[in-house]
Design a protein around this ligand. Structure first.
Ligand code: SF4
Length: 64
């Protein structure tokens, strides 16, 4: 099982992750990232892998 880790010091609330994986990530009205599925599987996991690559501040990672 892969688990999403967010470096809150790095996240700037750009929303790039939400654009790629909207079922998993949401930037709320205060610009704070909410992770709806911390342990994604299947298609969501693929989308999260794309989001990890796309995050402009490298705030996202996947841990086993
Ligand atoms: S793409 Fe990165 S910086 Fe932007 S909201 Fe997601 S985790 Fe934060």
């Amino acid at each position: 099982m892969s688990r999403i880790e967010v470096d809150r010091e790095r996240c700037v609330g750009s929303g790039a992750c939400e654009a790629l994986a909207p079922e998993v990530f949401e930037v709320d009205d205060d610009g704070v990232l909410v992770v709806h599925r911390p342990e994604p599987t299947g298609k969501e996991l693929g989308d999260v892998e794309d989001a990890v690559q796309a995050c402009p501040t490298r705030a996202l990672s996947l841990a086993e």
